[in-house]
Design a protein around this ligand. Structure first.
Ligand SMILES: *Cc1c(COP(=O)(O)O)cnc(C)c1O
Length: 401
C-alpha cells in the first residue's frame, strides 16, 4: 500500500527521498515549498507563449514599483543578478564591450570589496571578468581589535579602473551603506548591494535603493517565497538596461526591436548585442510568473502576519516538547534553537536526524556552540509533527533537564 502510494508521486517514481527541510531555503536542499498560488501562476505561464521582452518589461514595472528603483530585471537568482550587475557596471551601454566580456581588457574591471564581507558568491562577480580589490582588516572578527574596513580605505582603493563597489548587506556589515555610497558616488562609481538573504522585513525591498545603492540583488527563492531559481536585480535605469541586454535573447533585426523605453531605451543604443555573458542567467516565463506572484503575496502580507504564520509550527514543536530546552529566536525569519550540552552532543543529534526517516535537515551553523536551529519557512504541511516525533526519539534522554 505504502509502496504504491510512494510510486504515485514524482519523487517516488524517481527514487528520490522527500526530506523535511528545517534548515531554510538552501539551494542544496531545493529551497522551500511554493505556495499553491505561485505554482498555479507558473503552470499558467507555461501553458502559453509570449514575447519575452514584453514579459520582462512587465516584470520590470512590477519590480520597480515594489523596490522604488527606476528599473528591474527578473533573473535566475541573486548570484545571477550579481554577475549581471557586474557586467553592467563594466560594459555600460556599449554593445562591443558586452560582446567582449569576460575579456575585460581596456574596460573598468575592478570591483572594490570589503575583506570581511568576502563570501562564496563573489564567484559571480569574477565570472563576468571582474577583478576583486579587497580593502580593510576585519580585526573585530579576528579578535585582534574592534575595527573593520573604513571609508578612507575604500576611498584609497577607488581609481580609474574601478567599475563598482560591492556591499554585502548584513546587520554586521561595515562601513555602513551610507558611508560606502557617499564615498563611491564622490568618484562617480556605482554601488552594488548583495541583499540576497535580507528579506523579510519587507522594508528591505526599498531600503538599499532609498539609501542610494545603484544596483541591488535579491534572491527570489529565499524569504520572498518564489521559485528556487529566480532572483531580482533592481536599480538605475541604464545599469539594469545593460544587464537586461546582456541576458536577453536579442536575435532579431534592429528595426523589429521595439521594447518599452522604461525598460530598454533603444535611443541610447548604437545597435543590438548578441547573446551575452548573462545568457546563463535567464529566467523562463514560469519562473518570472512565480517570482512576480511571490512578490505580490510577500507585499500583501505584513511582516507581523508573516512572522505569526512562520512561528505557528515552531510554537507547536515547543508545546509538544515542553521538557526540552527549545528557545524561540526572533529575527527576519524566526527560528527554534535547540541547545545541547556541547558540540559533540549537537553533532550526534544532527547525524541522528539525518539518519531518521524521513530525513530531517536542521541548521547546524552553530554546531560548535552545541546549538542546532529549526527554520519554519521551508516546512511542508505535517513537517512540524515529523520533527516532534524525531526529536522525541533522538534527543539525548540523559541530557534532559
Ligand atoms: C543566497 C545568497 C546568494 C545567492 O542567491 P541565489 O538566489 O541562490 O543565487 C548570494 N549572496 C548571498 C549573501 C546569499 O546569501
Amino acid at each position: 500500500m505504502m509502496g504504491d502510494a510512494v510510486n504515485e508521486t514524482l519523487y517516488g517514481r524517481l527514487g528520490v527521498p522527500v526530506i523535511v527541510n528545517a534548515k531554510g531555503a538552501a539551494t542544496r536542499l531545493s529551497g522551500g515549498v511554493l505556495h499553491p498560488e505561485v505554482t498555479a501562476a507558473m503552470a499558467e505561464a507555461n501553458a502559453a507563449c509570449v514575447d519575452m521582452i514584453d514579459l520582462h518589461a512587465a516584470a520590470a514595472a512590477e519590480i520597480a514599483a515594489a523596490t522604488g528603483a527606476e528599473n528591474g530585471l527578473a533573473t535566475s537568482g541573486a548570484a545571477a543578478s550579481l554577475l549581471l550587475a557586474t557586467a553592467a557596471c563594466m560594459a555600460g551601454l556599449d554593445p562591443a564591450a558586452m560582446a567582449r566580456l569576460p575579456d575585460a581588457r581596456g574596460l573598468k574591471r575592478e570591483i572594490v570589496t570589503i575583506r570581511s564581507q568576502r563570501n562564496a558568491y563573489d564567484h559571480a562577480l569574477r565570472g563576468a571578468g571582474a577583478r576583486l580589490v579587497e580593502v580593510g582588516l576585519a580585526d573585530r572578527f579576528a579578535g585582534a581589535g574592534i575595527r573593520d574596513a573604513e571609508a578612507w580605505e575604500l576611498e584609497a582603493a577607488i581609481g580609474p579602473k574601478t567599475a563598482a563597489v560591492l556591499w554585502v548587506a548584513n546587520a554586521k556589515a561595515r562601513p555602513p551603506l551610507a558611508e560606502v555610497v557617499a564615498t563611491a558616488h564622490r568618484h562617480d562609481v556605482p554601488v552594488i548591494v548583495d541583499a540576497a538573504a535580507e528579506l523579510p522585513p519587507a522594508a528591505k525591498l526599498r531600503a538599499y535603493i532609498a539609501a542610494g545603492a545603484d544596483l541591488v540583488a535579491f534572491s527570489g527563492g529565499k524569504g520572498l517565497g518564489g521559485p528556487q531559481a529566480s532572483g531580482i536585480l533592481c536599480g538605475r535605469h541604464e545599469l539594469v538596461m545593460s544587464a537586461a541586454l546582456q541576458m536577453l535573447d536579442l536575435d532579431l533585426r534592429w528595426g523589429d526591436f521595439d521594447p518599452p523605453p522604461s525598460f530598454i531605451d533603444k535611443a541610447l543604443l548604437p545597435g543590438l548585442p548578441r547573446n551575452g555573458i548573462g545568457r546563463p542567467c535567464k529566467a523562463d516565463k514560469g519562473a518570472i510568473a512565480g517570482l512576480l506572484t511571490a512578490l505580490r503575496r510577500f507585499l500583501a502580507e505584513s511582516d507581523a502576519e508573516r512572522t505569526a504564520r512562520w512561528q505557528a509550527p515552531l510554537d507547536h514543536i515547543r508545546a509538544e516538547l515542553a521538557d526540552l530546552p527549545l528557545r524561540l529566536v526572533e529575527g527576519g525569519i524566526p527560528r527554534l534553537e535547540l541547545q545541547l550540552a556541547d558540540a559533540a552532543a549537537a553533532d550526534r543529534l544532527y547525524r541522528l536526524l539525518l539518519a531518521h526517516r524521513p530525513v530531517i535537515h536542521v541548521d547546524h551553523g552553530e554546531l560548535d556552540a552545541g546549538r542546532l536551529h529549526i527554520a519554519p519557512n521551508c516546512l511542508a504541511p505535517g513537517d512540524a509533527e515529523r520533527i516532534v516525533e524525531a526529536l522525541a526519539t533522538h534527543w539525548p534522554r540523559e541530557r534532559r533537564p
